[in-house]
Design a protein around this ligand. Structure first.
Ligand code: SF4
Length: 191
């Protein structure tokens, strides 16, 4: 029996999950920057766990996971490992996920000094307060910021800060369907 058109496209759609770890969400904003082409994209892919859907957990195994940001706390590491377990292919997008990016500025400073500077020596600290906030339910801050490939195997990298939307989606299509695509020098964007 012939499969009706809409069902056929549902079956062949690729399932994608995305996450923002220790990033600024700029890479996710860039992903949305393809404007009307987003309508074409959702014919090809559907989104699972992602800030774009607000699904907190995976509903199924995914063909591809997109990672923004590196790892600065233990929750980031746990989330990244879940992505590795639940996605066939992992793609790190943006400098933060590839090598840690701007958050690694703290890597040459001991964690204790960073916390003192942020909570005790800052202008907004109440006079007399000498307590760095702590709650066992809060994610534990790591000794330094880690690139994603220091924690799990990453299959592909898309550089930029953020990468241009067209580069992101053309690269993803290339990975998922083997479509030919050459990145032009003019398409790199670092502002
Ligand atoms: Fe933000 Fe740039 Fe890091 Fe992407 S790579 S999360 S845009 S700082």
């Amino acid at each position: 029996e012939e499969i009706p058109k809409h069902k056929e496209s549902q079956i062949t759609k690729k399932r994608i999950a995305t996450v923002s770890l220790a990033g600024c969400f700029g890479c996710h904003m860039s992903m949305l920057d393809i404007d009307a082409e987003l309508l074409d994209l959702i014919e090809l892919v559907s989104f699972d766990k992602s800030p774009l859907t607000d699904f907190k957990n995976f509903t199924t195994r995914c063909h591809l996971g997109i990672i923004e940001g590196g790892c600065c706390n233990d929750e980031n590491i746990e989330t990244l490992r879940k992505f590795r377990e639940n996605c066939d292919v992992l793609v790190a997008i943006g400098e933060c996920s590839i090598w840690g990016g701007l958050p690694t500025l703290r890597n040459s400073i001991p964690l204790g000094e960073c916390l003192d500077e942020a909570y005790l020596n800052c202008l907004t600290n109440e006079p007399g307060n000498n307590i760095v906030p702590y709650d066992e339910d809060l994610p534990k801050i790591l000794d330094r910021v880690y690139a994603c490939n220091e924690i799990v195997k990453i299959d592909y990298y898309i550089p930029g800060c953020p990468p241009d939307a067209n580069i992101i989606w053309k690269s993803i299509k290339n990975i998922l369907w083997g479509e030919e695509y050459s990145i032009l020098y003019s398409e790199f964007k670092y502002d």
